[in-house]
Design a binder for this molecule. Sequence first.
Ligand code: PMP
Length: 649
Amino acid sequence: YPQDIEETARRSHPLLEAGCGAAFTVGDNGSQRLVLIHEVRRNGSTDFTPALQAVCTAVLDEHDLSLDVLVLVRNGTIHRTSSGKIQRHACRTAYLAGDLKILAEYPDPAAAATAGCCAFANSEAAYDSSSIAHHDVHSLPPDAFFAVCQHARELAKTALPYLTPNMPLSALGLDSLQRLGLMAELEKAFSGHLPDAVFSQAKTLGDVAQGVQKYLIDNRKAGAPVGPIVPEYYTFDMFPEYLQLKRHESMLRAVTGEIPYFRVDQGGDGNAAHIDGRRLVNFCVYDYIGMAHDPEVIAAAKAAIDRYGTSAGASRLVSGEKQVHRDLEQELAGFLGVPAAIAFVSGHATNVTTIGHLLGPDDLILHDTLAHNSIIQGAELSGATHRAFAHNDWMALDAMLCESRHRYRRVLIAIEGVYSMDGDLPELPRFIALKKKHKTLMLVDEAHSLGTLGESGRGIGEHWAVARSDVDLWMGTLSKSLASCGGYIAGSAELVEYLKYTAPGFVYSVGMSPPSAAAALAALKVLQREPQRVVRLHELTGLFLDLAKTHGLNTGSAAGSPVIPVIVGNSVKSLQLSNALFDRGINVLPILSPAVPDHSSRLRFFITTNHSAGQIRDAVSAVADELAKLQHQENMSRRSTANSAEHAL
Ligand code: PMP
């Protein structure tokens, strides 16, 4: 609600306290911009930067919203009715017409012009007249809205009240399964496909109706030009997505000073990152069992270059096949206890091409809601219907399968051995039981569980002691425990044979580079000879978790895998904490919204056998220390805001 944003802004800085603000959106439906005009008290100084920063930070913090434009104007500028009510529409018109006398604004137009990004045009032509998401019954497509209401009434068990476009889906009493059913019924009725985003993002009946209109009724491509073809359709640096990225970047810079991405590691001894001439203890790499700098692994990669050269030179199907590829696949299959394996050039591409190839439009893919992007991309590519079930919730999955298994040809359940944001694991036997009950296929992505789970590092299958044949596709990457680059699918001989002849990402792509294949093969052999590496990894992980508990850090659902989140609570604080640790010689990256919900923004630690117990102790106490400092600062600034408010009264 605009008034919430305005209230947050008013409280965020003493200069704004006596004034009022107006929040509204401008832009077309595809790229809405959030604008806030706020009055400030003149204080003799011309530098309003602290006030601008305070407002942006507070709005981001409290509402998880990035202000696209913030304009500070003199007290008394904002239009009000005689009863004191803010006239947002009049403010918006004045803003668009360029009639406001601006004291300061974010983004700074001069800086934006020199940086070559996001100079906002204040011309009415660039915007439509939409305001903050609210459906007007007259502007909604009647067929779509009627269809949505009709299907909703059929699905609801109780009589539904008079339905309006702004009615929240939650108010209809439809549970999540019934809502899923609503989407399926609409797809059936209009013979089309509703993207997952409609289901996951729709909050009201009007939102669903708009999705139906856009994807099922109106065949016009979303975002196709209605008028002339403007430069933002063909000039890359004017793409709205690019401008949005730049705005996000400048917002992060304004809030935290430095962006922690793409820092260059100059290389070194494997135990640490070497950045800007400093040596940092590194918690950002997933070299879980210390293979990336193992002398045997390095020697194997070098020997492969001497023997085969640096490239496979062609697709393996047509003369790129090397003995080292065969050896790697055989070793992987033997290690996992399955008949065969196939290695791909990338872990991400392994999921995309395998899922995209094995499933089709008549099929259904059900994946954990925290599934990796490569699984979702594969599902998109396949054309199958795909839906997420609640994280690790096999009962929710069972309910979805009971409801919909019979409507599809093949059904794939896709889960992971260790989830890469939370470090927790699924109850694999429960999922296997469902796979058998509902006659589905199952893929388990072992990117983070191979080499880390089970006594000898054979992954989640070993952890739960399941029969290997109970999972159809044991997928994994070579880039984590196996210190290389690539991915694999291990399973039946027939599956592997079929993929080798037909999977596009295998057939139409070069074979893995020989040194990469040789490195993974050598790492696999070292792991089998030295299972104590896995034992050591478990000890270090346990140590981190115990210490974190002692210091009162929130590690969420981390369950003994080497992926350990420290949940901080919001994106700004996570960034600040990561930067503070960086200054103290600890390299750990923040995971921010939208990768995780803002309230669970976090730092993510990857523990490896390269770490010493001392480094882990130091890191945990540094986190606790810096977090306490941030908390103290936050309390102080809250107190000073409260004091100023009291003063004003
Ligand atoms: N699956 C999961 C669960 C992952 O976390 C990742 C990447 N970290 C991948 C697949 C893709 O693997 P790669 O980085 O080796 O391409």
